[in-house]
Design a binder for this molecule. Structure first.
Ligand code: ASP
Length: 419
């Protein structure tokens, strides 16, 4: 089979898989809705089985994540022969990531002020409440550098893995001719880890179906209840960020946004149901590749983005803080609001790319502006529904940024096929 035929078969396979995943999602919501009306013991039993079938998928992907992050970053770094180019990519990436996160956090604050989701309920501030002290700058800095090699392998410890892989990539470049041989093997290993994910991908429609049904059975009623206003605020502003802000990034990157949204639909659904940017990383890389983003760019920026670039989380954390302040009847001054935007940016960078990571880090954001940590308990009730949307936005932002970063660093999108 020739290369172009293989490509066509691959594209067709990807399209069938997308349809299967989308069908799984719709069917899962419908089945979950029907089961959510059955008596509690039946519901609970079904929910636990559905969740288990989804968890199998997440576990299979999690096994490969540390290797995938290591090999793709090391291979990408070692293939960028010039140190200056590597530096430019990293600097441009940082500016784009921080800029979009600041925008997302501001949208979160805006949503909180406009929709006032917490204004209808007033909770008493606990009597013995004292504002907690936030973690120090030293703690945050050192959390990026794990203490030993074993901790590199934890999914949450991926920042250290990224640093390790970049240094190793640079080291191979410094080795010259011999280093190029190492770079070749790193690239082969990176392709193999991606191929591993392609095998697991066949299970994705079942996993998406199972998770969608579980979400609906367990959390469907909350979407109609007291939390509806919060969810409406989060979902509408997140979609706005996705459609407007990312379209602008993609257009500035020189690509038709419709092509981006089409390629992004599979990672979006995978992120929505697995609620993990780390687990979605291989799908995001596949989408970037199909959009023609050069491997040197996506191999470096997407694993980093999955860990540090979380616009959906920044928006959620800022909105949650405003919501919690409203619930407790506390007023946020302009000073608090500026501090909140910065805290949500840092909080989203420090959030682990795993389900629920953003609500754990919300503790940091609340403590910076002195809001009651009881707010975490309130947000945990609907965490899986808020997490689904914030993860889908997080991964979409990584790919929109990759397109813009390619353009800004002098790369051209390598169109693989005529649309
Ligand atoms: N689950 C999100 C992610 O993996 C992080 C979060 O909880 O906000 O991107």
């Amino acid at each position: 089979m020739g290369a172009s035929e293989r490509l066509e078969v691959g594209m067709k396979g990807a399209r069938i898989l997308l349809i299967a995943i989308a069908l799984g999602f719709i069917l899962g919501i419908a089945v979950g809705y029907v089961i959510s009306m059955t008596p509690v013991p039946t519901k609970t039993l079904f929910a636990s089985w559905f969740k288990a079938f989804g968890d199998i998928f997440v576990r299979l992907i999690r096994i490969i994540i540390p290797l995938l992050i290591f090999f793709t970053i090391a291979a990408a770094t070692s293939s960028i022969a010039s140190g200056r180019r590597l530096g430019t990519i990293l600097v441009v990436m940082l500016v784009v990531y921080l800029g979009t996160s600041a925008l997302a956090a501001s949208l979160g604050v805006l949503a909180g002020q406009v929709f006032t989701p917490g204004a209808m309920v007033t909770l008493d501030v606990p009597k013995d409440y004292k504002p907690p002290s936030p973690p120090s700058g030293v703690d945050v800095l050192l959390s990026f550098f794990q203490t030993d090699f074993n901790s590199l392998l934890a999914v949450g410890g991926s920042m250290t893995m990224i640093i390790f892989a970049i240094i190793l990539g640079v080291a191979t470049v410094l080795l010259g001719e011999e280093g190029r041989r190492v770079a070749y093997y790193l690239s082969l290993a990176s392709k193999t880890t991606i191929s591993f994910v392609r095998v697991v991908m066949y299970y994705a429609p079942i996993a998406v179906f199972s998770y969608a049904a579980w979400l609906m059975i367990s959390y469907g009623p909350a979407m109609l209840g007291a939390y509806a206003r919060f969810l409406m605020s989060q979902y509408s502003l997140s979609i706005f960020h996705l459609v407007v802000v990312y379209s602008i990034l993609v257009v500035l990157g020189g690509l038709n946004p419709l092509k981006y949204f089409r390629a992004q639909s599979t990672p979006f659904l995978i992120a929505f149901t697995t609620r993990s940017s780390a687990v979605t990383l291989p799908y995001n890389m596949e989408a970037a590749r199909s959009l023609g983003v050069p491997r040197e760019v996506y191999g470096l920026t997407l694993p980093l983005g999955a860990t540090v670039n979380m616009d959906g989380t920044a928006l959620y954390q800022a909105l949650s803080a405003v919501f919690i302040a409203q619930l407790f009847g506390l007023t946020l001054t302009p000073y608090h609001i500026s501090l909140l935007i910065i805290a949500a940016m840092i909080g989203s960078v420090a959030t682990a790319a795993i389900p629920g990571g953003g609500t754990i880090m919300l503790a940091y954001v609340l403590s910076v502006i002195g809001l009651p940590l009881e707010g975490i308990g309130i947000m945990l009730v609907i965490d899986p529904i808020t997490d689904a949307m914030r993860t889908a936005i997080n991964v979409s932002g990584d790919n929109a940024s990759a397109i813009l970063i390619s353009r800004l660093t002098g790369y051209k999108l390598e169109l693989l096929h005529k649309p």
